[in-house]
Design a protein around this ligand. Structure first.
Ligand code: FAD
Ligand code: SF4
Length: 449
């Protein structure tokens, strides 16, 4: 083992960066879209509609593509999901709409719903203008906290209903994890910002950046100044391992490094280790593992404490990581991070198994993995809502998340919430979009009653 950590920028030839971080699923051209759309059976009571969290009428939009009515197809999609462009790129379709496609039973090859959705929404966004017009103004004002998928979806639907919306966003850029979190090769070329621009084109939405709930204003301020409030601030906290050595240099939160990568203008200048260890089993773990490999790391090992079937990353994502050269090691948990001169050098893991009662237990056998960089990806959590003079003490929680009913209404009569910060959400972009939409419809009913 060398004494110095091997962390360096520019591990790859210049041309490799553009290739490694370009569109992972290139778009369909017109001919391919027509052929793919012709594979749809246009099922009555189509199971794919039920499987889409936003309930897009999938057979209807695919039929429109098959008759070259691309704008009509986009309208069908955007009616239910204003971020249909992002979702077409990031939805794990293999466990959502495409899993339900009846073509699976005959050919084991579903209609490529995500790619067709992208074909239609890209055309709508490229066309310019906006497919919706606002209802007559109601004079009601709604505050939305967070410009991520939940907040933007809620803001758009409220604006359509004629309400005036102010979005208060802590960061300097909008889009939430579409801008700072999703893997770079899923949403390349500034797509997140283009989509924000597309959404705002409806009118009636003002975004105020660098405004954080709990720092610059309180929930009580919003309740006083607005007719209704929507909370869509996602999960700002990151779970720690609680182990010795966690504060060594070279040990990072995966989401922080991904945000840095997403904001980098020149990936050649982003330093990455030769040996990487990732701890976790979800989306974030897969994304950091693949992206560090694509930045030129030589050896990337993802370690998860249970078996493959228990990973929250889908089978498709696990396979994608392996195809990219990531090694996945199951049934081991970290016990200690060791270092030299203040920098991590290796991690000690203990093998795990299920005991007689089905609980995870260490076997007592250990091994270690060398690492120049270690990424923690064991989950995010909501930062506690500020209590002092914020009125947040009245907001009922469900565990660490905000409790909401099926309309995404909180325990406060004028406050709604959705996306990752509520307990019912699934930590998917499409689920956050649906939450924002449901909340906006409920707020609209409430403001008009
Ligand atoms: C690394 C990673 C990869 C992912 N990949 C996928 C994927 O491929 N497919 C998929 O479907 N899902 C993926 N997800 C999940 C998906 O990104 C989230 O479920 C979705 O973004 C949630 O939307 P949201 O609006 O609730 O929260 P966020 O996207 O987190 O947006 C919340 C917004 O609120 C702002 N905010 C936070 N606190 C405050 C405050 N106090 N005051 C004001 N503003 C505040 C934030 O700055 C942010 O802009 C991924 C998540 C991560 C972390
Ligand atoms: S939004 Fe996602 S789940 Fe719904 S149809 Fe589109 S790709 Fe499928």
């Amino acid at each position: 083992m060398g004494t110095q950590p091997d962390i360096a920028a520019g591990r790859l030839p210049d041309s490799a960066y553009a290739e490694n971080f370009s569109d992972v699923h290139p778009p369909l051209d017109r001919k391919a879209a027509l052929v793919e759309s012709s594979r749809c059976y246009f099922c009555y009571d189509a199971p794919c509609i039920e499987a889409c969290p936003t309930g897009i009428d999938i057979p209807s939009f695919i039929r429109k593509i098959s008759t070259d009515n691309v704008r009509g197809a986009a309208q069908d999609i955007l009616n239910e999901n204003i971020m249909g462009g992002a979702c077409a790129r990031v939805c794990p379709t293999e466990v959502l709409c495409q899993e339900a496609c009846v073509r699976n039973t005959q050919e084991n090859k579903p209609v490529q719903i995500g790619l067709l959705q992208r074909y239609a929404t890209d055309a709508a966004m490229d066309h310019g203008g906006h497919p919706f017009t606002r209802a007559e103004t109601t004079g009601k004002r709604v505050a939305v906290v967070g410009a991520g998928p939940a907040g933007l979806s809620c803001a758009h639907r409220l604006a359509m209903h004629g309400h005036d919306v102010v979005v208060l966003e802590a960061r300097s850029k909008d889009g939430g994890l579409n801008e700072y979190g999703i893997a770079a090769y899923k949403v390349p070329e500034d797509f997140a910002q283009r989509e924000v621009g597309f959404i705002l084109a409806v009118g009636g939405i003002e975004i105020r950046n660098n405004q954080a709930l709990g720092r610059d204003f309180s929930l009580a301020d919003l309740r006083r100044d607005y007719d209704a409030v929507f909370l869509g601030m996602g999960l700002g906290g990151v779970r720690g391992l609680g182990l010795d050595g966690e504060d060594l240099e070279g040990v990072h939160n995966a989401v922080d490094f991904i945000a840095e990568l997403r904001q980098s203008d020149d990936l050649r200048s982003l330093p990455v280790g030769r040996k990487i260890v990732v701890i976790g089993g979800g989306n974030t773990a897969i994304d950091i593992a693949v992206q560090t490999k694509r930045l030129g790391a030589e050896d990337v090992t993802l370690v998860y404490r249970r078996g493959a079937e228990a990973m929250s990353a889908t089978g498709h994502e696990q396979e994608f990581a392996q195809v990219n050269g990531v090694k996945i090691k199951h049934w081991a948990q970290p016990r200690q991070l060791r270092g030299m001169s203040g920098h991590v050098t290796d991690i000690v893991f203990e093998y795990t198994q299920l005991d007689e009662s089905g609980r995870l237990a260490g076997t007592g056998d250990a091994f270690s993995l060398q690492a120049d960089m270690v990424f923690k990806a064991i989950g995010q959590e909501m930062l506690p809502l500020p209590q002092a003079n914020g009125g947040a003490e009245l907001l009922e929680m469900d565990g660490a998340c905000i409790a909401v009913n099926e309309e995404r209404k909180t325990s406060l009569s004028d406050v709604w919430a959705g996306g990752d910060c509520v307990s019912v959400s699934e930590d998917l972009t499409v689920a956050a979009v649906q939450d924002g939409k449901l909340a906006a419809e409920s707020i609209n009913r409430s403001l008009r009653s």
